[in-house]
Write a protein of this length. Sequence first.
Length: 255
Amino acid sequence: MSADITRIATALDQAARKAEAVAQFSASAGFSLEQAYQIQRASMQLRQDDGERLIGVKLGFTSRAKMIQMGVDSLIWGWLTDRMLEEDGGLVSLSRYIHPRVEPEVCFLTRRAIDRPLTLLEAADYLEAVAPALEIIDSRYQNFKFSLEDVVADNCSSAGLVVGPWSREFDAIGNAGVLLRMDGRLVQAGSTAAILGHPLRSLVQASKLLGDAGIVLPAGSLVMAGAATAAEPLRAGSHVSVEIEGLGESGFSVI
Ligand code: OOG
């Protein structure tokens, strides 16, 4: 299996670099969820070997809207890297991506290392700041179709992110309106409560999942809490923005 882990990790790494989709692996290679995380780790190692830096983690499938859209019903997590950062208010080029979609998120900046499972009461104490954010997901699989194991191996479709202005309005994030607009037109609307009832629960879940994996998340890391609504395809020429009530806005233009 370790040969398969390296082979699949390399294929997914190449697919991301070349922005070319590949067929799903789990149907033919038949790997477990644990092995999927090993593949994810091996593919991230290839990026780190190439100078890419880990800057945090993202949670996936923390809202019903996302689970229903993708037909997957377990919480997953993946890595964020410095090369995924796109500029707030900047231009996002489709050429880097295969078939990108965007989703509105809450992003946390940690103040302390997360080295053990946290309770909900403890979670806010680990935070430096919170921001409205947009995640660009771009499955490396053809037609954005995958099993749970496939998507985990593919670093949970992570591809890009845009983080808006940081604030310390932690009290604002419990049940705040989330609006995703394209060219000023509302395309998705929801609430931060769609994220596990409260986005801070994503931080709690991240602490548990990372603890299980034996990983310490350093202070100053980003944690993307997972999309509050279904994702929307990106189109050249459009302007995308997220507004989270009480937190502010973030956006970019697609070229
Ligand atoms: C997997 C990633 C899910 C989220 O926020 O739920 C995700 C995908 O839908 O391709 O990022």
